[in-house]
Design a protein around this ligand. Sequence first.
Ligand code: FA5
Length: 346
Amino acid sequence: MPSLEQLESTYTQAAAELSKITSGDALEAWERRYLGKKGEITLALRSVGQIAPEERAAFGKRANEIKNALGAAYSEREEAIRQHELAQTLEEGEIDVTLPGRTIPTGGLHPTTQTLRKIYNIWAEMGFQVYRSRDVEDDETNFTLLNIPPHHPARDMWDTFHTTTPGVILRTHTSPGQVRAMHEYGENGTQPIRVILPGMCYRYEQISARSEIQFNQVEGLAVGRNIRLTDLKGTISAFARRMFGPDKRVRFRGSYFPFTEPSMEVDVECVLCGGHGCPMCKYTGWLEIAGCGMVHPVVLENGGYDPREWSGFAFGMGPERMTILLHGIPDIRYFWANDLRFLEQF
Ligand code: FA5
């Protein structure tokens, strides 16, 4: 039959053992021995029925007190051991808090966007503001007002996507924005203009390593009094030096666009081979970055300016092709493929 003395001595023993415990395993064993389902204190409590009725109440009360006291001491010990083990692990260096954390995957800017921002910055420093023109154009502005009347052979070069509304198309170049900017900023042909017009262009085109059906252009337009070809050449050369590096050579090649006269293509010394010749530059040592020229008098007139008093230059560059040059990317199709292995490199 359980006695109060026995209970007290179990208590003293349990408390003494507990105070010496330093490991989680030993603590578990202790708990099983005294407080578990078949633990000594638990059994003592269950045996209350066997005790003489006059002692029963006192025994039950004391047994409960002891159970609670040991329970509280157990929790306290458990926390102390946990803290101790944590401190030990840290000391042993199992968790090195000085190591770099796991990187959280973040998105990045598309390489073309990066190039576009660089382009905007350079032109902004030269006093050109951004003018956003529409992606969906009418045939009139995309072609006719740019001196490309219906049936002009140059239209073949710029075939595009047509909407179901006759005469409404996706713009094939950013040049139609020239006429819109002249009307919006020119105040009936009385104010000078300096803008760049970035945006997406669309062409019905054979997709290849250098050509997509959808690509960006950055148009530039300067209209003023006494603007000359030398201004165009100087300004574009300054841009190219900032974009591709101060030592890169730039050349202007005669060309043809219906909306500029004279017209030129701008070539930069091949960034990859330094001008010696490689597959990227088709072994010429030069890479074309833009078309440009002096704004044709017909276009100035269509924009509301008197070409006898006003002149201007314009250019249209391809940011994807420039990105290809800057990074030595072998194929333009990577830009829209959405392959993270490509995109994560930038
Ligand atoms: C034009 O589109 C003229 N509007 C440029 C211009 C503007 C000339 C103002 C004079 C004055 P072009 O078709 O060459 O020209 O295109 C200009 C640039 O756009 C090219 O140098 C090239 O970088 C880019 N480009 C043209 N077609 C594609 C294509 N399919 N894929 C990717 N980039 C292209």
